[in-house]
Design a protein around this ligand. Structure first.
Ligand code: CA
Length: 244
């Protein structure tokens, strides 16, 4: 890529004048120019500011310096790839919501893998509506109004909804935004069996067509992080419940 193209790729797009205050800056880390342009267009139209970085290293630097409200992260990037970018951010203690963009179904398990801390993903080709819905959903989950004093306890797990903190057997557990919301949905009504479709709708904010495997993968992550204290029980053929 020549210098001019890179310059254009990394400039910040802000909503058109008169569009009112921005909903926040979204960092788009994507090396394919036409996809980056498309994403920029969709998000700017929704009132988001957009910063595009064309490779992993530039993306990581922008994530650290610009404090975006969310990151759209392509999996396949030159140099540092998307999974490495996400892992590095999480290792730094940066929990900005990350939505992965992938061209391949077989990458989904890797993306949602145990230590990655991805909040969601979209597969190429995606529709503008789908992309914007995913971004809004992760922002809604990350920015949910804090409910001070709202502390849930099931068995040895305590979840503080206001501070967004979880302890398992007295030890703090580091959950991603999505993992936290999934656990909260289950712990809010202990003993009630939640179907995967219901969890998708309640936690991810979209309909069951998105695929229930996402729920299973995230439940596995929460269980791994809570260890023996995990209150989540599988109800075969139906879904999940939080049991004391
Ligand atoms: Ca790519």
């Amino acid at each position: 890529m020549d210098g001019d193209a890179r310059e254009q790729l990394t400039q910040i797009t802000t909503p058109s004048a008169g569009a009112g205050p921005t909903r926040g800056l979204i960092l788009v880390i994507e090396d394919e120019r036409h996809i980056a342009d498309l994403i920029r267009l969709y998000l700017a139209r929704e009132g988001f500011g957009v910063h595009v970085a064309a490779d992993g290293a530039a993306g990581l630097a922008a994530a650290r310096s610009l404090s975006p409200v969310a990151i759209l992260l392509d999996v396949r990037l030159p140099g540092l790839d998307g999974t490495e970018v996400c892992r590095t951010l999480r290792a730094d203690g940066n929990w900005t919501p990350v939505v992965f963009v992938t061209a391949r179904d077989d990458e989904i398990d890797r993306i949602l893998g145990l230590e990655m801390g991805a909040d969601d993903y979209v597969t190429k080709p995606f529709s503008p509506r789908e992309l914007v819905a995913r971004v809004r959903a992760v922002l809604r989950r990350a920015d949910g109004p804090p409910r001070a004093g709202h502390v849930l306890s099931v068995g040895a797990v305590t979840l503080d909804a206001g501070r967004r903190r979880v302890t398992a057997g007295g030890r703090p557990a580091e959950l991603t935004t999505t993992e936290f919301d999934l656990l909260a949905a289950l712990m809010r009504r202990p003993g009630l069996v939640h179907t995967r479709e219901r969890l998708l709708s309640e936690v991810w904010g979209y309909e069951a067509a998105a695929g229930t495997r996402t729920v299973d993968v995230h439940v596995a992550q929460v269980r791994a992080k809570l260890g023996a204290a995990s209150p989540i029980r599988t109800v075969r053929g139906v879904g999940y419940t939080a049991d004391a």
